[in-house]
Write a protein that binds this ligand. Structure first.
Ligand code: 6PG
Length: 234
């Protein structure tokens, strides 16, 4: 189990610090390679983090951004994570970054897997920075408990970069990076807020059962511990 906890008084202080850590990781990558890669999650938690990150000064023109997962809806749909990223992250200094969204022009997520993997080919090796969220059911990315393709998504031996998932209880089919892709990352962050999510994370650490608590699956690499940033409140 490898998880490092960083607790903050409030989400504002958390987002400022996490944005600095992400920017520093991207800057470090740019000192070593022509391009740096960043994969971010969606949902409601990351909005203030995206705003803080968009204010960070770095050579964003050499940063490629993609998604950890996506709801399979048009990119102008209010539930689209790509829309969230465009409206809240790719602003200010970060507007110069390039964005490879997951949603290809194929209506069925399951039929879109290979086209999505082709679009995200630049992220097939080690992604420099990955930012995860977590649901109150212990899911992260789109690794939803009881989803039919969960075991495949969590297969550490898979060569697949992304996979379609039908959440049993959440709206929209999803596309998600696989666990194998996430564990290849150079830096893995988890951003959660609220006592309920902290309790779920603690249950996941105790249960050690990734099919019940998929978040457990990303706490496995001792050489790349899950840097968890937590603040109380919603
Ligand atoms: C998504 C996210 C997902 C998210 C959790 C938490 O598409 O919803 O990528 O993995 O991180 O569902 O979402 P909230 O931040 O809204 O609680």
């Amino acid at each position: 189990m490898s998880l490092i906890m960083h607790e903050f008084e409030n989400n504002e202080a958390l987002c400022e610090r996490l944005a600095q850590c992400i920017a520093s990781g991207l800057d470090g990558a740019l000192n070593l390679r022509e391009e740096a890669t960043l994969a971010v999650s969606g949902g409601s938690t990351p909005k203030p983090l995206f705003a803080a990150l968009s204010r960070c000064e770095l050579d964003w023109s050499r940063v490629r951004v993609t998604q950890v997962d996506e709801r399979w809806v048009p990119e102008d749909h209010p539930d689209s994570n790509a829309l969230l990223i465009r409206e809240h992250l790719l602003q200010g200094h970060a507007a110069a970054a390039s964005f490879d969204s997951m949603k290809v022009a194929i209506d069925d997520a399951f039929a879109a897997e290979s086209a999505c993997a082709q679009r995200l080919a630049a992220f097939a090796d080690a992604i420099d920075v990955v930012v995860l969220g977590m649901g109150e059911d212990g899911h992260t990315a789109s690794f939803f408990p009881a989803a039919e393709t969960l075991a495949e998504a969590l297969d550490p031996a898979t060569e697949r970069l992304c996979l379609a998932v039908r959440p049993p209880a959440a709206p929209h089919d999803r596309m998600t990076l696989t666990l194998a892709a996430l564990l290849r990352s150079r830096q893995l962050y988890l951003h959660i807020t609220g006592a309920k999510k902290l309790a779920v994370l603690q249950q996941a650490l105790a249960a050690q059962d990734a099919l019940t608590y998929p978040i457990h699956a990303v706490c496995q690499r001792s050489d790349n511990p899950l840097e968890t940033f937590y603040a109380p409140g919603s």
